[in-house]
Design a protein around this ligand. Structure first.
Ligand code: AMP
Ligand code: GLY
Length: 424
């Protein structure tokens, strides 16, 4: 089989390494891929948003199955275009991808179908948004409607900050057209849990839960990033909470998408907050999380391609999805200055004798004739699996400290809160 993967970060690297475990997979093409993925797949310099290029490439290369892993191509209809060529795909079509690409769509869906989420209002006129903010309670959360690289959410402590957020999003258009509408919602509190789930639109199989660490600095300080590290499973997510989520959130969401005429097929990501009033949805993503995938997929025992094909064929009810009992931890090595300004092109040195329970997923690097160099903010995700979370964290950190590039930094407290919950 020839498989095509669209995307080029740590998440795609984790997907590709897992797909490689299936002996039927012959060639894997990754568009565009990166320096590390090039060891596991044929990387082709076609950007993940260049739909015409992707479709032309797929049509010319005998592709048996495609995995569209990144949000923008999904929102732009990459799966619709590949389906039109007759290529089976893993990933939602553009209509279903709106669950991530429009926060207004997602919030209205949850309201209509009684899925627990923060109370909210939608505005397409800045003056009306500003008037609403006068009488609101603080803190409050202001969100751009569209895709904004995870940066379109502003938590505002007071009226002044909220006014600035509306100006930034709607008037200055800091996130472009994503800011033509805003959602203003109640500030919730509680531990956050990421749950990724395979779904074929009818059956849903949640994956092992995980915990992201979004802020750049230790102790959850500093700016929001794409994620500085993850652990799985998430110790806050008990069996009882999982059951509540299945009944009140997961099943109602896939039924709602069906009822709206846009059944969701692919990986549906539930960003949950365990509030004093019960689990609520903070956000949906229409794809695997990054860097959640780097801790979730290493714990998957069932063949990934088999699951993905069952999702596409709508036969997921016939597949049992099994997980290891152990734990996984991923520590991100980022370029100095990320997420604001950072230099690229720094040579990367990775020891070749890392332990076998450690995998380095490459996110922002490229392969030059002289070797690997940095090319992005989040450069590598160093993942370890082990019987316990403590061991996984120790091993991931020990490996991460042995990897060198100029300016490299990592958070030193990934998993600390999770360990505190586990070990009391
Ligand atoms: P999102 O991009 O929607 O995942 O939001 C980024 C982060 O903002 C989330 O991971 C939460 O930590 C925080 N956040 C979003 N919405 C809320 C809310 N209603 N209350 C509290 N925090 C929120
Ligand atoms: N780690 C958060 C995301 O993938 O959106």
């Amino acid at each position: 089989m020839n498989v095509l993967v669209v995307g080029g970060g740590g998440r795609e690297h984790a997907i590709i390494k897992k797909l490689r475990e299936n002996d039927a997979v012959r060639l894997i093409f990754c568009l565009p891929g990166n320096g590390g993925i090039a060891e596991d797949a044929d990387c082709v310099a076609i950007g993940a948003k260049e739909l015409d290029g992707i479709v032309d490439f797929a049509g010319a290369h005998d592709i048996d199955f495609a995995v569209v892993a990144q949000d923008d191509p999904l929102a732009l209809g990459c799966v619709d275009r590949l389906h039109a060529l007759g290529i089976p795909c893993f990933g939602p079509d553009a209509k279903a991808a709106r669950i991530e690409s429009s926060k207004v769509f997602a919030k209205n869906l949850m309201k209509k179908y009684g899925i627990p989420t923060a109370d909210y209002e939608v505005f397409d006129d800045p003056a009306a948004a500003l008037a609403y903010l006068e009488g609101a309670k603080y803190p409050i959360v202001v969100k751009a409607d569209g895709l904004a690289l995870g940066k379109g959410v502003l938590i505002c402590q007071d009226l002044e900050a909220a006014r600035a957020a509306v100006a930034e999003i709607m008037e200055k258009r800091a996130f472009g057209d994503a800011g033509s509408r805003v959602v203003i919602e109640r500030f919730l509190t509680g531990p956050e849990v990421s749950v990724l789930a395979f779904t074929d639109g009818k059956t849903i199989r949640p994956m092992v839960s995980s915990m992201d660490h979004k802020r750049a600095g230790d102790g959850d300080t500093g700016l929001n990033t794409g994620g500085m590290g993850t652990v799985a499973p998430n110790p806050y997510y008990t069996e009882a909470i999982a059951q509540t989520c299945m009944e009140r959130i997961f099943l109602p969401t896939i039924r709602a998408m069906q009822a709206e005429g846009c059944p969701f097929k692919g990986c549906l990501y539930f960003g949950l907050m365990l509030t004093p009033e019960g689990p609520m949805v903070i956000e949906y993503n229409c794809r695997f999380g990054d860097p959640e995938t780097q801790v979730v997929l290493p714990l998957l025992k069932t063949d990934l391609l088999t699951i993905m094909q069952a999702v596409e064929n709508e036969t997921l009810d016939r597949v049992q999805v099994e997980w290891s009992d152990g734990a996984a931890a991923c520590v991100i090595l980022a370029s100095g200055g990320y997420p604001v300004q950072y230099e690229k092109g720094k040579p990367i040195a990775i020891p070749d004798d890392l332990p076998t329970n450690v995998t380095v997923y490459h996110a922002g690097d490229k392969l030059l004739p002289g070797g690997l160099v940095t090319s992005g903010g989040r450069v590598l995700g160093v993942t370890a699996t082990a019987d316990t979370l403590r061991q996984a964290l120790d091993d991931a950190y020990a490996a991460a400290r042995r990897i060198r590039f100029e300016g490299a930094f990592m958070r030193s407290d990934i998993g600390r809160r999770a360990l505190a919950v586990l070990e009391g």
